[in-house]
Each structure stands twice: as C-alpha cells, then as structure tokens.
Design a protein around this ligand. Structure first.
Ligand code: NAD
Length: 414
C-alpha cells in the first residue's frame, strides 16, 4: 500500500515538476512510533500487542488520522495511511497534517474489558506524542466512539480535561453531531457533484456498495434516501442483491444482529467478490484496500467509482479505469467527510461550544462540494484524471506550507 501511495504522489509530483529534494522532504514521515502494549487477559494471562503511530507531516497544522485495530496493522501500513491523511486534509483544506496508527490485534478475540485495557495502555505509551495541538487520533476500521471515549479519558487522567485530543467521541463526551455518518455523507456529496457534471442526479441511479460498516452503510442509506437504488451490497462474508433496490434500513437492522449482510432475506445471495463487476451505474468500494486490481479492473461496469475506502484501487487498476473512461473520485477526496467533521468536532472542543447538526451538515456540504470543484479545476487545467489532480492540489498546498515555514529557496510551479 505504501508503494501505491508513493506511486500516486510521484505521478502528481511530476506534473508539478517537483525537485527530488522536495519530494524527499514531503514523503519522509516526521515521526514513527512503535510500542509494545503489555496487558493481561481477564483470567490473568499475559497479552502482548504491537501499537503504531506514524506522524507524517505537520506543515499545515496538528496531525490527524485514525486508529485501526486489525491484524494487518504494521509500520508500512500505518505509514501509507498517514501519507494519505496528509494529502486528504490538504485536499479539503482543513488546518491539519496527517498521521495514522493502530494496534496489531484482532479485536474480536478480546473481551470488552481486555480491549479497554489494551487501548488505555496504548494511550499511556504514546501520550507524549499525541495531544490537541500535536496529533489527534480518530476512529478507523474496528474502532468506534466507545474506544475514542476511553482514549479521551485515559489522556485526561494524565493531562487534565482534554476532549480535543481525539475525535469521533460519543455525543455525551463532547463528540459532534453528524460525525458518525460524516464519511458516508461526504461520499454522497461528491457523488452528487460528479453526477451533476454528467447532467444527472441521484434519482434512479443503480448503486453497488462493497463494505457495510460505518462508511458503506451510511453512504447506502443516505444515497438511497435521495432516490438512488442500492442494487447490491457485499461484505467480508457474502453479498446480497435486489434489482429493485435493497431495503437499506432493514439491512442495517439485520447486520446489527448478524454482523454480516450474508443471509439477508430481502434479496438474492452472491459471492462477495462479484460486487466489483456488478451491473450498476455507481460502484462504492467502502471496505478495505486493493480490491480493484489489474485482474478485475477491466470487468467494472459502473461508470463512476466513489472511493469510500482508503486505497481500494491499485495503481495498475487505476490506469485501466482511466483508459476505459471510468470516473474515479479518489479516496483522498471522496472519503474526506469523516476527517472534515472530525475537524468540526475538534474546533467545537477547543472552543467549548456545540454546533447544531444542521450547521455540521451544511458546512460539510460546502467543504466537500468546494473541494470537488477545486479538484476538477486542476484536472482540467493540467489535463489529468481526478486522482492525479487531487494529489497535485494537495502536494501544492502542503509543499507551499513547508516552504513558507522553512525551505525558502525553492518554489512549486503550479
Ligand atoms: P468498518 O469496520 O465499520 O466496516 C468495514 C466493512 O468492510 C465491513 O462491512 C466488513 O465486513 C467489510 N469488509 C471487510 N473485508 C472485506 C472484504 N474482503 N470484502 C468485502 N467487504 C469486506 O470500517 P469503516 O469505518 O466503514 O471503514 C471502511 C473503509 O473506509 C476503510 O478503508 C477506512 O480506512 C475508510 N474510511 C473510514 C472512515 C470513517 O470515518 N470510518 C473515514 C475515511 C475512510
């Protein structure tokens, strides 16, 4: 994954004619933290997990990025995702740098109590390098508001009341209204803009969604509410389809209980990987990385892909999709709604003030639509695809900030 994010970086850096020195500055993470988290199981056995926090770039502000609890979490993985966060916060022009981290753990193997101990021990190990003006974690795969609440509490035990140290918290612990559905909502806004460019609306669009967790289920629900038909959904176990449109609220209820869409009676079952080639107008990968690759990119039938997940498309697949004329709204733009509302949450915490949901959604809409338009402008100006344009815009913003802070002898031609 690190290779893919570097590939997209260099492609855009070439468009910007960036020097090797500046490329090196912008790609080098500021700090990589690796910690041993030693705790005990409920029955007193020793538990050891590796935790990571990679802080990539702080030129535009405190670093921001999620925490993932998954067996694939390692240094390279966290570094790649930290990189993406730097470009993502720059694309939507919020005052942050990029970071990412997590714990190499399968949380389904731990009790709630064990998970809480592991989380609190992780915070104790990294507390010196995070903080409201330094690095602000948030939820990602397998982490949620409850875990963010534990992080806030543990950090506050050491440094006093600090709600702004983490975002995605429960509402009663200074979370923001609208944060939970923000990424899915942002996916909807960027899709609406892309359809507008084609003279269409969401009404009647046939949409296929991979992943039915936070991002996938919220995107499906919100997009469905605007008149689109969600014709297929797949997750890590199976898929379910209905050409008349799935009942998304019923599917959400079903998944709450069964933890999978597999077996849902409101549609026909299919093999989960068939979702990529589903006969739909729009495909939303909202699960994991590298799911659209050189072997299946040629089979995609949708003409718009909105990347709800981080890194769902490999560079080889990206080339194939661009050549085939498929519009790909890249992750660093499409799924930036989450970090944007995280920014609103942080801003509310810093000011000890609460916004109404309507204000959150209005401001999110403005930022997502403005960012989509800015990326399209660069794409037209530079005659490049949307992903390259998003990276060009982001690298330009981060590079200019880095140069203004310190490196005064170079400039970025834009
Ligand atoms: P989640 O854990 O809530 O849901 C993940 C979903 O993916 C689940 O439905 C799971 O079954 C499915 N999945 C896992 N492996 C799969 C496979 N092999 N095939 C098909 N489906 C599979 O996670 P989430 O928070 O919804 O995040 C999903 C993606 O979106 C990740 O790439 C994450 O980094 C990205 N993202 C999340 C947010 C956010 O606010 N949660 C923000 C930006 C980006």
């Amino acid at each position: 994954m690190l290779e893919a994010s570097h590939h997209y970086f260099h492609k855009a850096a070439t468009v910007l004619d960036l020097s090797d020195k500046l490329r090196d500055i912008l790609l080098t993470p500021r700090r990589v933290v690796k910690v041993e988290i030693v705790t005990e199981t409920d029955d007193g056995k020793l538990l050891k997990h590796l935790g990571f926090r990679v802080q990539h770039n702080a030129a535009r502000g405190p670093m921001k990025g999620g925490l993932r609890y998954h067996p694939t979490v390692d240094e390279d993985h966290a570094t790649a995702l930290a990189n993406l966060m730097t470009w993502k916060t720059a694309v939507v022009d919020i005052p942050y740098g990029g970071a990412k981290g997590g714990i190499n753990v399968d949380p389904t193997k731990l009790t709630d109590n064990e998970l809480q101990s592991v989380t609190r021990e992780f915070v104790t190990r990294i507390k010196e390098v995070i903080g409201p003006m330094q690095d602000i974690p948030a939820p990602d795969v397998n982490t949620n508001a409850k875990i963010m609440g534990w992080i806030m509490d543990e950090y506050s035990r050491h440094y006093g009341f600090s709600p702004a140290v983490v975002t995605g918290k429960p509402l009663q612990l200074f979370g923001s209204p609208g944060r939970e559905e923000a990424t899915g909502r942002g996916v909807m806004y960027t899709l609406e803009e892309a359809l507008k460019d084609q003279g269409k609306t969401l009404e009647g669009q046939r949409v296929a969604v991979q992943g039915f967790g936070n991002v996938g289920s919220n995107a499906a629900r919100l997009i469905g509410e605007q008149g689109a038909r969600i014709v297929a959904v797949a997750d890590h176990i199976g898929g379910v389809s209905n050409k008349d449109g799935l009942d998304i609220l019923a599917l959400i209820e079903y998944v709450r209980d069964k933890r999978t869409v597999d077996g849902f009676s409101g549609g026909d079952a299919f093999e989960k990987d068939e979702i990529i080639a589903w006969d739909a107008d729009v495909l939303i990968p909202a699960a994991i990385e590298d799911v659209i690759h050189k072997h299946n990119a040629g089979t995609v039938r949708a003409n718009i892909i909105v990347e709800g997940a981080n890194g769902p498309t490999t560079p080889e697949a990206d080339e194939i999709l661009v050549q085939r004329g498929v519009t790909v709204i890249p992750d660093i733009l499409a799924n930036a709604g989450g970090v944007t509302v995280s920014y609103f949450e942080w801003a509310q915490n810093v000011q000890h003030y609460r916004w109404e949901l309507e204000r959150v959604n209005d401001e999110l809409s403005k930022i997502m639509r403005r960012s989509y338009a800015a990326v399209c402008d660069v794409a037209q100006q530079k005659k490049v695809d949307l992903r390259t344009a998003a990276f060009v815009l982001a690298i330009h913003r981060v590079g200019e900030a880095a140069l203004a802070r310190r490196y005064t002898r170079e400039e970025i031609r834009f």
